[in-house]
Design a protein. Sequence first.
Length: 128
Amino acid sequence: MTKEDEIAPVTRPEPLVCRVVCFNEEKVRALEARLPAAGELEAAARRHKALGHPGRMAILHVLAMEECCVCDLANVLRQPVSTVSQNLRILRAAGLVRSRQEGKLVFCSLAPEEARASAMTSPAERTG
């Protein structure tokens, strides 16, 4: 075996753990009291997930310009209607987009400013 064939050892960073087990009981209680409920954290995760996809960001940009039916959105973005529809479902669940039906067409727009602001504010920011 030549020197080039040798495998270099993998170096791992030290884990981020305390070397002693101790804690500030008062600080822990205060932080626990301010920690949002599990449901609020799940909602915040949905919002962040909704914003973490380029296709969904493109939809938000188009809807910031004008209300569109799903078919028009699909054509503007050059994506299948099913893909756009799935992304809209996620954005709607996150409180960022609203939809309305007009006959056989579904029109989408950005949620009202108050709803979007609420959806984009973290639970910690709302509670101060």
